[in-house]
Write a protein that binds this ligand. Structure first.
Ligand code: DX5
Ligand code: ZN
Length: 215
């Protein structure tokens, strides 16, 4: 089985020294960088937009895994794709037409993902599983880093693993993930994990990434 893809989130990084923080991710050998975009409407917090992503793109060769926590995201897809995102993940709860949004993302030649909040069942996205490259299970209420992991999300990973049946979507999980819960997520069938505070608070980030990614 392939290693688990580790996608450190910069949500808990020091934005005054963002370049150095991203260098920490590169040095750790994590292959992805998770970028949380928040609009203050879909979630009660605001983070950053396409300008920050295009600046990151200029200095970083990591796979840019962009998580859009944005209401009705269609009008923003072009800007985020052209900023250099490798993947754009949108929420099924964000409206208005998830299939249209996913097709719009794919029209820019990049990967697309769909995410579900803790209260949304996997059955709501079942019809989309042939369309997406990634399914992102939220294991906290989206909006802030540093929250506690919600164990009910483990069953969603299991369900998505059993629904794969030859399909190639990546099962990702986001929120409150670290050494304390990685093993059960691996057993459940996770392919990628987002990790914010556990990554940045770790003393030895390379060892952390190694331990998190090994099967
Ligand atoms: C939550 C974000 C997450 C989060 C991850 O809305 O989508 O990516 O910041 O950070 P930790 O690992 O601290 O929960
Ligand atoms: Zn995220």
């Amino acid at each position: 089985m392939d290693k688990v893809i580790i996608s450190p989130s910069i949500m808990t990084a020091d934005f005054l020294n963002l370049g150095q923080e991203i260098k920490k991710v590169e040095d750790s050998k994590a292959p992805w960088l998770h970028l949380d975009v928040m609009d203050g409407t879909f979630v009660p917090n605001i983070s950053f937009g396409p300008k920050v992503i295009s600046d990151i793109r200029r200095g970083c060769s990591l796979f840019l895994d962009v998580h859009l926590m944005v209401e009705k995201p269609d009008h923003l897809i072009k800007a985020f794709a052209e900023a250099g995102s490798d993947s754009l993940t949108v929420h099924i709860e964000a409206g208005p037409d998830i299939v249209g949004t996913l097709k719009l993302i794919k029209s820019f030649g990049i990967q697309c993902g769909v995410s579900i909040k803790p209260a949304t069942p996997v059955s709501d996205i079942e019809p989309l599983l042939d369309l997406v490259d990634q399914v992102l299970v939220m294991s906290v209420e989206p909006g802030f880093g540093g929250q506690s992991f919600m164990p009910a999300s483990i069953d969603k990973v299991r369900e998505l693993a059993s629904l794969k049946r030859g399909r190639s979507y990546i099962i990702s999980i986001d929120g409150g993930i670290g050494l304390a819960n990685i093993d059960v997520l691996k057993q459940a069938g996770v392919d990628a994990v987002v990790t914010g505070s556990s990554f940045f608070n770790s003393d030895d980030r390379s060892a952390f990434v190694n331990r998190m990614s090994s099967r």
